[in-house]
Design a protein. Structure first.
Length: 366
């Protein structure tokens, strides 16, 4: 397992003060002085205790693929770094900057799913129930674990294998936006981004370290890459195995944790040239020029530009993206894969919850 994450010990006093404020806020909800609203339909929350990088979007997309065949789904996010305010429902003509990169990504991939953004999740659910016909039967709340004004029917908490919440501390000394005690609200805990060869003994060691209750279920997932998809051309998709060792890859990323992606691509070719931006970065004209310059420095006949789905959402309509680059840009999709044959058990848990709390009984009869 990787070493413990870096802690800025000089900032611990500020982190302790921040922790006191969070503790008081959570107690106000626990004592019902601040009200959590429960909805009469299934509401599944996907979130984490840390800031960014645990794989919430791929796990949300997994739930979409699991439930979409039988239910009208709605995905509600806050729309981080969007330029709009209030409630926004994604449509065919919705621009990325209106709803944010990850909601835009999901709206494009799953057009039959209602994707919306609203910082006020209660208001967002109300708007979706009023404006969408037929009304959603299941709500997936992306990155809403700390939004306690909504009482979820099922709460899924993610923690990165490379930075378990037990080895971290509160902001600004660490990367936790809530103390470890917040894990108690989770029905399911998923250790994400695991190596695919994680042994049973290693899983049990993590289980012991996380110290979950008997009622909480623990799962382990890893990342599985799909086929490289051209972003602008109509060329066929290709496997990562098609990358020759002499291929030079300009990897353009604006995600929270690019290290795993870089290491994985090096299994196919050692010539990985990362151009890294902050998570959810809004590319500027200067950034576009930087990418062009970096790409031009690679061998002309052996170069390709690879980016993530989230970054592609911000690149595809960028007015300063070079036309010369477009034929070389490929998107690398990522999906989650459960370890140790845990997928069936996880699916059953989700479907059972939705069956018991849904007005639609189609799954209960399948």
């Amino acid at each position: 397992m990787n070493q413990s994450p870096k802690i800025y010990y000089a900032l611990l006093p500020i982190a302790w003060l921040y922790g006191l404020v969070l503790h008081l806020r959570n107690k106000l909800f626990d004592w019902h002085w601040l009200k959590s609203r429960k909805f009469p339909i299934p509401v599944i929350v996907i979130g984490n205790l840390a800031v960014g990088g645990t794989g919430k979007t791929p796990h949300t997309e997994y739930l979409i693929r699991l439930l979409q065949p039988n239910y009208n789904l709605a995905v509600l996010s806050r729309g981080y770094k969007r330029k709009s305010k209030g409630f926004r429902l994604a449509g065919a003509d919705t621009a990325m900057n209106e709803i944010g990169d990850e909601p835009f990504q999901m709206a494009c991939k799953y057009p039959a799913v209602q994707v919306a953004v609203d910082a006020d999740r209660c208001h967002g659910i109300d708007c979706l129930m009023q404006k969408v016909k037929p009304a959603p039967q299941v709500f997936l709340l992306d990155d809403a674990y700390q939004h306690r004004y909504v009482k979820p029917g099922l709460a899924i908490l993610l923690t990165d294998y490379n930075r378990l919440f037990t080895r971290d501390c509160l902001l600004p000394a660490g990367r936790l936006r809530e103390s470890v005690s917040g894990k108690s609200r989770a029905d399911i805990v998923i250790v994400s981004k695991c190596p695919d060869n994680l042994t049973f003994a290693q899983q049990e060691s993590i289980r012991y370290e996380l110290a979950l209750s008997a009622q909480q279920q623990l799962y382990f997932t890893t990342l599985k890459y799909g086929k490289l998809r051209p972003l602008f051309t109509k060329e066929v998709e290709c496997d990562l195995d098609s990358l020759q060792t002499d291929k030079h890859v300009l990897l353009v990323t604006g995600i929270a944790s690019p290290v795993r992606l870089i290491d994985d691509l090096k299994h196919y070719t050692p010539n990985i040239h990362p151009v890294i931006f902050p998570d959810h970065h809004n590319f500027t004209a200067g950034d576009m020029q930087q990418i062009v310059v970096a790409f031009q420095q690679l061998p002309e006949q052996e170069r390709i530009l690879i980016t993530t789905e989230k970054d592609a959402a911000r690149l595809i309509a960028h007015p300063q993206l070079s036309e010369q680059l477009k034929p070389y840009i490929y998107v690398l999709p990522v999906e989650v894969q459960f370890l140790s044959e845990q997928q069936t058990l996880f699916n059953q848990k989700i479907i059972e919850y939705v069956r018991k709390n849904s007005r639609n009984s189609s799954l209960s009869q399948s």
